[in-house]
Design a protein around this ligand. Structure first.
Ligand code: RIB
Length: 306
């Protein structure tokens, strides 16, 4: 089976839990503080590794105590760190996160060391056909573009999770583009008030770079939909008790990568990814909330019995 290369951010998430988000200028009393390993790239790498993929992370971590904790955590989760460099020029990436009682989050990310990842950092990756290359946009855009281009040149499957949304000139480059509803609206420059699946499918089609590209739109509790070379696909949501949605999108993307590299067809990989994310939202934090293959198998089996 091919390997999954993940180029992306590695952050320490400093999480304040509170009844609700403060308004601008307001102070609210929090209930709990947590420090959780996170970062979109690291979350995706851990998700894929816990679900059985052979994962190599490509990134930068600071030479600080957050960096020590993040390195240890990623190793424990089975992520290969040969392409991750410790760097003294910047502190480790950090995200300040507020999570409300309903599990909704608001996040500010400070890139730190992630911002130093360069295209030259990709030079010693031995990518082969059959591998899958996955990245997101919490690293410099020129590095993300070079990474996807590298995958294409080597005949690997390329997946871009275009998050967080920002002006980006290479959305048509990857084989698979994954966005959420907000990102879809941002990239199209449209107000997507419509919540019916038909309009969202049409919007996904407008974002599509060409007939060979697959565009997946994740819809949180409502599941996901996609326009694929073979037609449109929708995956229904799963009803669960939500504690913290942080990392759920990353969990979806990492699980999708794990199943695609194992040669699952896209629709089955999406169903699996959706089940994985439904486990993730039931636990606090990003990295530590990502499910094992056994947990996802139980969710899928329960769905089949129902
Ligand atoms: O997607 C969730 C992640 O976004 C968090 O773990 C945080 O680090 C930010 O990168």
């Amino acid at each position: 089976m091919g390997r999954v290369f993940v180029a992306g951010s590695i952050n320490m998430d400093v999480v304040a839990f509170a009844g609700r988000h403060p308004k601008p200028g307001e102070t609210v009393l929090g209930t709990r503080l947590g420090f959780f390993p996170g970062g979109k790239g690291a979350n995706q790498a851990v998700a894929a590794a816990k679900l059985g993929a052979d994962v190599r992370m490509v990134g930068r971590i600071g030479e600080d105590s957050f960096g020590d904790t993040l390195t240890e955590f990623l190793k424990q989760q089975g992520v290969d760190l040969r392409h991750v460099r410790r760097t003294a020029e910047q502190p480790s990436g950090t995200a300040l996160i507020m999570v409300t009682e309903t599990g909704e989050n608001a996040i500010v990310v400070v890139a730190g060391a992630n911002g130093l990842l360069t295209p030259e950092d990709l030079d010693d990756m031995d990518v082969q056909a059959g591998d899958l290359l996955l990245c997101e946009l919490e690293i410099p855009l020129r590095t993300a573009e070079a990474f996807i281009q590298r995958g294409r040149d080597c005949g690997a499957v390329t997946v871009l999770n275009a998050a967080p949304a920002q002006k980006c000139g290479f959305l048509s480059l990857p084989d698979v583009l994954v966005v959420n509803e907000t990102e879809l609206a941002f990239f199209l420059g449209e107000d997507l008030a419509a919540d019916d699946r038909e309009s969202l499918l049409r919007a996904a089609e407008r974002l599509r770079g060409g007939p060979e590209q697959s565009v997946i739109v994740t819809l949180g509790a409502e599941g996901a939909l996609a326009v694929l070379p073979g037609g449109a696909v929708t995956v229904p949501g799963r009803e669960v008790e939500v504690k913290d949605t942080t990392g759920a999108g990353d969990c979806f993307v990492g699980a999708l990568a794990a199943r695609l590299v194992a040669q699952d067809p896209m629709e089955r990989a999406m169903e699996y990814a959706n089940a994985s994310a439904s486990v993730c939202v039931q636990r606090p934090g990003a990295g530590p909330s990502l499910p094992t293959a056994e947990e996802v198998a139980r969710v899928l089996a329960a769905g089949e019995e129902a």
